[in-house]
Design a protein around this ligand. Structure first.
Ligand code: HAS
Length: 566
């Protein structure tokens, strides 16, 4: 079903230009590049999800791992494969497709950069994955020192980062080319968003690149004999919080540009969407210390500054919520919805392209509230290092983002492979979304509740706190295992559907992109001036990080940063 014949019947209100762009098809060579990224992502998803299932079963006390495999080893595999590898490959596949769809086919050079980046990322993934499997890198996905991994693991991760920079360049160059060819015009929204996400990613990964190349690799090779725990953690979280927005923004890309077209509506405002993305560039990086609120070594004043900045990064999500509500209501009323909520019923509930991301959006309401709680200094003391945090990120990345990615895959894979999204795929996709939502409600809900009672995260000991409380813990672990098993079934079903996408009848499935609502204000040109944003971003990073890092260095016992600096 295409969006010009949505579940609500034919859409007659689309403009001629819209009908024309609905027919645009990505060039097969760009499609191949995007597809190889998706294939690696889906393989990582399968392996990472299997590790997740095993881990939740171990915690429930009903299962023991064979062959000396450790709990923390599979926890590392689960985190690295899902949080770092699945996401990065999926996002790059989606972004390549998005730029090619909106700016036009990539040049050979741009595509070459995409392939070079892909191979480097793949080699890096194999290196890091092999070390985890060999139990040489059981350091969890945050690889905090003093846990130490084999140098091959860190080098593999560094290669993934460098590969992503090279791949991102190809996408950005295509956007620059479009700008040159269309002087004075506003660039296509989706490609602008891709450039924002790549800029955010580049600036954020500088932190983790310095952490691995300057500290962890030399330490692991024995070139330096120690590293500063506070410094490496700070560098990690400089990267780590922006990482979560690097995951979130592609979901927002789908929400802003694709979903309005799928429901047969229009985008509420192009300018508002761009401002939201720019705000993410500015505020997603100088906030990493909110992951370190309970740590010594960082002065309370700087923690306060970063908490305030964290509250700024919530604003673009509010803008997004407002914009989406407006889009849904406008379309629902256009279809005849009456009264306060009559428009809600008119939305295309049988269309998986809408339903899966919609459930993702709904999950982000409690997920976002949880984030605000985490960021509130005093409340962070209650939840930090408890399994509440695990519940939080299973609602955000593993529901909001992943359900949007699932929903996008159902039309994007057929688009790239020259096939059709069939009725069966719609039905299975909706079933998959329900399984996911119920599994996550059980698993993440339990994690939130027992987290408030102090159940620790990242531990396979579920009997903390004496015999009485141990019973409650164990009951909750079993609930998590039930939820986790449903999620695993959800992943298997998703992969079965993807298999069906590859074998569906030959045809044309559109890559839906909405046009802007008539009457929306024209986007001012300064919004696209990345130089302004780069300067403000640099200033914010310097304000938020210079003194905390100088403090850490000054307070380190001589030589504890590994290098004798002064
Ligand atoms: Fe978070 C920890 C704060 C968002 C992921 N977060 C984590 C960790 C991960 C993660 C992975 O301040 C654990 C890291 C680790 O291993 O230690 N988080 C926030 C805040 C936000 C936030 C303030 N997080 C995310 C997103 C993630 C993510 C997004 C992944 C994609 N987080 C924290 C903090 C910690 C933390 C602390 C550290 C905790 C600790 O102590 O360790 C905000 O960005 C949230 C803002 C969001 C909203 C919601 C807007 C709602 C929208 C949906 C609208 C719905 C519609 C549907 C339109 C305000 C946009 C219509 C519905 C109808 C019913 C019609």
């Amino acid at each position: 079903m295409s969006s010009s014949e949505s579940i609500n019947g034919p859409i007659n209100n689309a403009s001629v230009a819209q009908k024309k762009t609905d027919q645009v098809k990505i060039h097969p060579r760009d499609a191949l590049l995007a597809l190889v990224h998706f294939l690696v992502a889906f393989l990582a998803l399968l392996l990472g999800a299997t590790a997740g299932l095993l881990q939740t079963l171990v915690r429930s006390g009903t299962f023991q791992l064979p062959a000396n495999i450790g709990y923390y080893q599979i926890l590392t595999l689960h985190g690295v494969l899902l949080a770092l590898i699945f996401t990065t490959f999926f996002i790059f596949g989606f972004q390549i497709a998005g730029v090619s769809r909106t700016c036009g086919t990539l040049s050979d050079k741009q595509r070459g950069l995409g392939w070079a980046g892909f191979y480097l990322m793949l080699i890096g993934t194999i290196m890091a994955g092999a070390m985890i499997l060999l139990n040489e890198a059981t350091v969890l996905y945050t690889f905090y020192a003093p846990l130490k991994a084999h140098w091959v693991f860190y080098t593999g991760l560094a290669l993934v980062v460098v590969g992503s920079w090279i791949g991102a360049l190809g996408q950005v160059f295509r956007w620059i080319q479009w700008r040159k060819e269309h002087k004075g015009e506003t660039t296509p929204l989706l490609s602008f968003m891709v450039v924002c996400n790549n800029m955010l990613w580049f600036v954020a990964t500088l932190g983790v690149a310095i952490e691995t190349v300057v500290f962890l690799i030399p330490w692991s090779l024995g070139i330096i004999d120690r590293v500063d725990v506070a410094l490496t953690r700070t560098l990690f979280w400089y990267f780590g919080h922006a990482l979560v927005y690097f995951w979130l923004l592609p979901a927002y890309m789908v929400w802003y540009t694709v979903v309005p077209r799928v429901i047969g509506g229009r985008m509420f405002s192009d300018g508002l969407a761009r401002i939201a993305f720019v705000l993410f560039i500015l505020y997603s990086i100088p906030v990493g210390v909110h992951h370190q609120l309970m740590e010594p070594g960082i002065n309370g004043f700087w923690k306060f500054v970063q908490v305030v900045l964290t509250f700024f990064v919530i604003i673009p999500s509010f803008l997004t919520a407002f914009s989406l509500f407006a889009t849904f209501e406008l379309r629902g009323r256009e279809l005849g919805g009456k009264g306060l909520l009559g428009w809600f019923k008119k939305l295309p509930w049988g269309d998986v392209r809408f339903f899966a991301p919609f459930i993702g959006m709904v999950s982000f309401i409690p997920g976002g509230i949880g984030g605000v709680i985490n960021a509130s200094y005093q409340m962070n003391a209650v939840i930090h290092n408890t399994i509440w945090v695990t519940g939080h990120f299973h609602l955000t990345i593993a529901t909001t983002v992943i359900l949007t990615f699932f929903g996008a895959s159902y039309w994007l894979i057929p688009h790239l492979t020259g096939r059709r999204l069939t009725k069966q795929i719609h039905q299975l996709g909706i079933m998959q979304t329900w399984i996911w939502a119920i599994g996550m409600l059980i698993m993440s809900g339990t994690m939130h509740i027992i987290g408030l009672f102090g159940s620790p995260r990242r531990s396979n000991f579920s009997e903390y706190g004496g015999a009485e409380i141990a019973q409650t813990w164990i009951a909750s672990e079993i609930a998590q295992a039930v939820g986790g098993s449903l999620l695993f079934i959800g992943i298997l079903l998703f992969l079965i559907i993807i298999g069906k996408c590859f074998t569906a009848p030959i045809g044309f499935e559109e890559f839906p992109i909405a046009e802007v609502a008539p009457g929306a204000q024209k986007t001012p040109a300064w919004v696209e001036n990345f130089k302004i944003w780069a300067v403000i971003l640099a200033a914010l990073i310097l304000i938020a990080y210079t003194i905390p890092i100088i403090d850490i260095l000054n307070n380190s016992p001589l030589g504890s940063v590994g290098y004798r600096m002064w």
